[in-house]
Design a binder for this molecule. Sequence first.
Ligand SMILES: Nc1ncnc2c1ncn2[C@@H]1O[C@H](COP(=O)(O)OP(=O)(O)OP(=O)(O)O)[C@@H](O)[C@H]1O
Length: 367
Amino acid sequence: MAEITLKTLAHSYSKKPSGPEDYAIRKMEHVWAQGGAYALLGPSGCGKSTLLNIISGLVTPSEGDVLFDGKRMNELPPEKRNIAQVFQFPVIYDTMTVYDNLAFPLRNQGGLSKDQIREKVNEVADVLELSGELTRKAKNLSADQKQKVSMGRGLVREDVTAILFDEPLTVIDPQLKWRLRRKLKQIHERFDITMVYVTHDQLEASTFADKIALMYEGQIVQFGTPQELFERPAHTFVGYFIGSPGMNFLEPRLTDEGLLFNGKHIPVNEQVLEKVRRSGSDNIKLGIRPEFVTLGTDIGEQHYEVTVTDVEDLGTYQIVDVEFGPVTVKVRIPEDRPVPRKAASIGFPDPWLKVYVDERLVEAEHE
Ligand SMILES: Nc1ncnc2c1ncn2[C@@H]1O[C@H](COP(=O)(O)OP(=O)(O)OP(=O)(O)O)[C@@H](O)[C@H]1O
């Protein structure tokens, strides 16, 4: 077991990368602490699998280091790294029994008696609810049972540094997914192993992980709890990708008075405004989640006049589309709240209105 550090890591599949777009992993620093349950979340192609494969040794990074407990691993082949990797599709020996599949990594490792092997296999089979299947040939198992055997093969070894899961539930029926996800959580609690779970599904990420690393264009743009990613997106992409629907964005103009949008002054914290001025950038965005926009009929200071254009009833809540100048702002309200007919007003309560410069969150210093 170990802490995994990625130090000034970058990777390009191209021999002669000419710019950032040629990098699957753009320069990053990251630490996965020993024993954590992490999700690596991001859209297709953002570099998740590449990052996992660099940790396990299947891919050698073109720049930077992979350290396990401070020791450089770059030159070590995968089989020497003690990393278990579970892929989308089960990797098992079809002709062996479930018992032999689970015992295989232990026999390979050597140094354990038959009894010790049996004890460990039984323990893992018990956790994975495979005890009744131990004598069955693996090829006769269902897809989810096979995937459980794959996971079990990683879990039996006491010397594993970490288990990396690369979208392991893709082949599993939806109704079994939640059971397996819970199982993984229990396994994590019981075995105290560092786990990194790759997914592009935010629900899967937040039910499994204590902390989520959100990846975008080859970089981890935020590493935090599901709540932190929701309440304080550090990058506009986090705001957009997390939540349903994602964050609303307005593109205000910076004037001597402050931030102006649709002819209205939108007040923000003075320190934040000062930082925006100093940045010299004109890529400024205001972000607010649909859950935090207030909707009413009062027009006045900090209540901006809008037109309701659509209401979508989604069972337990409604999504109201309002036209605010050139943009449609989405507001999420409880199902039983009446929606103003056409003329309405919206407000952006202070702690939830975020300011982004060059896509990064700008905040006031805390005392
Ligand atoms: N073996 C390879 N050779 C060249 N380019 C590759 C290779 N593997 C991945 N890439 C490229 O690297 C980038 C990152 O891919 P990667 O598979 O790591 O992303 P991902 O987030 O895991 O995507 P997905 O969710 O679709 O699996 C993509 O642009 C992809 O096309």
